[in-house]
Design a protein around this ligand. Sequence first.
Ligand code: ATP
Ligand code: MG
Length: 489
Amino acid sequence: MATITEGFLDAPIFSVIGETAAEIGVRAFVIGGYVRDCFLYGKGSGDIDVVVEGSGIELAEAVARKLKVRKIAVYRNFGTAMFHRDGLEIEFVGARKESYDRTSRKPIVEDGTIEEDQLRRDFTINAMAFSLQKEDFGALVDPFGGIRDLAEGIIRTPLDPDVTYSDDPLRMLRAVRFACRLSTPDHPFNIVPESIESMKRNTGRLAILSKERIVEELSKILLTSRPSKGFFLLEETGLLKEILPDLVKLKGVETVDGKGHKENFSHTLQVVDNVAALEEAAIERGERAEKNVWLRWAALLHDIGKPASKRFAPGTGWTFHGHEVIGGRMVPEIFRKMKMPSNEKMKYVQKLVELHLRPIALVDGEVTDSAVRRLIFDAGDDLEDLMLLCNADITSKNPAKVERIKANFRLVSEKIVQVEAKDAIRNFKNPISGDYIMEVYGLSPCNTIGLIKERVKDAILDGEIPNEFEAADALMREVAAGYGLTPVK
Ligand code: ATP
Ligand code: MG
């Protein structure tokens, strides 16, 4: 094929790699994501994968010597080597052909040609290579029509998809991820139908993947601009049922007496997309530093308690009372099953799930200072994230209704700002500590101390007394007297 890649290999590193390969007597190619992104975005990313018909490690070491790069990471087990240069990360690997043992996604690897190597790659759009040889420097090596699939927005495996997916089932999740990540409104990417059918047949193969790898792919899908596309695909192929069965239970609409409820699966995915859009807009405005994958997990799980709380009451219709509490309780179990961290990230997701109705509950009623103070206190530092999730959760087929709720929601947001400016509730610390109560009344630890503290806290949050020591101390003395306590000092 003619050289059509002008400009893509201008960085000096590429010719150095080509020359060094010639000196050693091997052929080298740039392959994968870099090539794909050149055609898609007009330039490659900073991650460059080089494939060598020979030893990747040997070429990497020779290039590093020539460029006087001192730090080079060598992974003998994988036959790869990597170093950084001019802000680029360059990874070298030997071309290989592979066969698989059914029980693992670790291939049995043998040396191969460039074409054999391309054949074992996941998708045609990821299997394109640029030659680094002097005689055809920059030529596109594309035996499977990756360039055509890129133009048409097609995700297709070079081999029979049953072979590709069964050998390494992670590729099914990668297919979904690339369909999400590469799609734009003007240029959608779709997985070819025979691949979708193959995924349906291979869902059971997910069993050989570690949970951590699955979660990593899900998180990457969640971090795209329109994660719903990915989750609809995961559902359609049956993969989601294997991975997160609780999410699939949100699907469908039950009807009694002609009354249906919201379709909670598509609603959930709409909320995830809304969170992505709101977060990206906030980043654009400089109000947020970066995407928060845990906020997206919270969006994905926010209604997870709905199936378990669903009731039909004649007259009232469908209710999901307490779904936020049930959902919050389900979060630790889901995290545990998925081998996700059971640390403050899990607690954060749990908290957002538990609180996700609170701001909207304020919208419906009268917005009192004390309700706002409670919300600020309960959400703490996660208040902005909770408000973003809550805003994203306003979905309805009725645009007038959405507008009305959004307008009220803005009022609540303003009220929060006002109350925050007035009272320091965000990182509220009770001015009256347990130690102080024990000291004043000469007590050893007992229930009464907790009750007094609680009463003082409630009084501050309800706005009965200001958030100050003097007022809190006076109330403590009043409450303690009620319990028959007298100060020892
Ligand atoms: P990204 O921009 O996300 O890094 P990428 O295409 O570079 O996209 P990587 O995961 O970095 O993706 O992998 C580099 C290349 O290695 C891919 O383009 C693909 O050719 C190949 N590859 C990666 N993982 C697999 C896999 N599981 N099976 C087959 N080929 C794979
Ligand atoms: Mg990459």
